[in-house]
Design a protein. Sequence first.
Length: 212
Amino acid sequence: MSEEVFLSPKKRGRAAVLISGRGSNFMALHDAVLKGRINAEIALVLSNKEDAPGLQAARERGLDSLFLNPKPFASKEDYDREIVDELRRRDVDLVCLAGYMKVLTPFFCREFKNRIMNIHPALLPSFPGLNVQQKAVDWGVRFSGATVHFVAVEVDMGPIILQAAVPVLQDDTADSLAARILVEEHKIYPEAVRLYFEGRLEVRGRRVFIKN
Ligand code: GRF
């Protein structure tokens, strides 16, 4: 059986950013858009938390921003169906998860296959899940870092697009390590989205090839 191949589109795209909190990665993406480094516009910033500081920042930046309360929905899939409707209404090409603390349902992953990215503050496949900077310190690993990957149904396990490594220092705390990793996150996430809309990301099975 031949392997399924996906090539990202070369076009001026429309991206949505899903957040739950601070939103520093969303702002790094938007800054890159404003500087013309990414051939896309941010068509929507959506949060599942009403008081997410990133949502306030999106409003201040004049972006289409939406709080969607999960509580009234009967199931996780119903909630995700509503998000997918909002994305389709805005003709969104790419969904960027940026500190979005809900696990996407298989329905959402299917509807936007190869069109959802996430940023994770560790070198996957090491340390998936939560509190990963603390786990890196506790394990005594010498390097950690950040990973941008496509989202698959298995959490934090989709094809890896870009990674950046940082040293873990003897006197690091989870916070000091998180701060060092965050600097790299703000570089590699915009870079991955730039490559996406330049039509340069080719997904073959679990590997992503960067063309040209
Ligand atoms: C980042 O560390 C990101 O890697 C993780 O959640 C954090 C979000 O930070 N998924 P921010 O909201 O983008 O500032």
